[in-house]
Ligand binder design. Structure first.
Ligand SMILES: [Mn+2]
Length: 323
């Protein structure tokens, strides 16, 4: 662990996600009282003025932040995997990119931080585990995604949007090289969620399951999306999920476009808070995204909207969107 007692965090984003990263940082600045240092990692689509502007914004909100890029050679070969941009793979190589750090919290940009993250930073990992993460509820897509990469449906499947990483151990045991070899191998399974599927497949017995409050995904916040209740989950007890949903430390707007708070249809109860924070960034939302009929859908009750969503999902097969 670093000697200065700061918690160390990284966000990775492309041009499209710069406003989301800014919003996430804005929420973090309001919520976190513990000393923290940020690596703001941009890919090639982010031009330097935009990157600098994001770092300046973070600093203007009192955060300690520096711009970072991932060297091309670390992500060579990852280009053609999965259906997500190459940036999704960045988290698999963070240990190599930040050689001076031994521990790191990785956060997606499509989330809000609402509590201090010191308890997450200090969470104990099982001896030998590379990282801590939050398992997806069994009533969501977990079993389908697990089976897709050859795991039994009873194997917990984690979401890679929030990860507490033991970078020192990942470096020592060549985590990045093993992930890359798997990702580029000819006989690997389909990886609908790119890095997330790959890391679940490779390291299913090497991660520690953390409290869902640290990554309150849409499926935890709104179990009715899947026609389920918290008690239907086989991996967490119902009270733990209910507590996470009612007092989340991190709200993760995970899932397809209609579950993103910049979409007119989003009925996540934290969408308004996201929009409030977004308005306080250099990238305010001019208008909510979505097709013309989405504004009409938005007037329906969340449970009715969820039924429509389920029906369409059933029509089109498993949604490939995650991010
Ligand atoms: Mn996400």
């Amino acid at each position: 662990m670093t000697s200065d007692q700061s918690i160390v965090l990284a966000a990775c984003f492309n041009q499209k996600y710069v406003p989301q990263a800014a919003t996430m940082l804005r929420s973090f600045a309001d919520s976190v009282t513990t000393p923290a240092r940020w690596y703001l990692v941009a890919d090639d689509s982010v031009d330097q003025p935009t990157h600098d502007r994001l770092v300046d914004f973070a600093r203007s909100r009192g955060l300690t932040a520096e711009a970072a890029r991932i060297p091309d050679d670390l992500v060579a070969g990852f280009d053609d995997c999965g259906y997500l941009p190459r940036i999704a793979w960045y988290r698999a190589v963070l240990a190599e990119a930040f050689c001076d750090e031994d521990r790191l919290i990785y956060l997606d940009s499509d989330l809000l931080v609402l509590h201090d993250l010191r308890p997450l930073w200090e969470a104990k990992l099982r001896p030998g585990d590379y990282f801590g993460a939050i398992g997806q509820p069994s009533y969501g897509d977990a079993a389908i995604l697990a089976a897709g990469v050859g795991l039994s449906p009873d194997t917990p499947y984690f979401n890679s949007g929030v990860m507490l990483m033991d970078l020192a151990l990942m470096r020592a045991e060549q985590f990045a090289r093993r992930t890359r070899e798997f990702a580029v191998s000819d006989d690997r399974p389909e990886l609908p969620t790119a890095d997330q599927c790959a890391m679940n497949a490779l390291f299913n017995d090497r991660w520690t399951s953390l409290d869902p409050t640290w990554n309150c995904m849409s499926s935890i916040m709104l179990p009715f999306l899947f026609g389920a209740e918290w008690r239907d989950d086989r991996f967490h007890d119902a009270v733990t999920l209910e507590r996470a949903a009612r007092a989340p430390a991190v709200v993760h707007f995970e899932g397809p476009a209609v579950l993103k708070p910049w979409n007119a249809r989003c009925f996540n109860p934290f969408a308004d808070l996201y929009r409030t924070y977004r308005a306080e960034t250099p990238w305010p939302l001019d208008a909510l995204e979505g097709r013309r009929h989405d504004a009409w859908f938005a007037r329906m009750s969340p449970r009715l909207q969820a039924r429509v969503w389920q029906f369409r999902r059933w029509q089109t097969g498993l949604s490939r969107g995650r991010s």
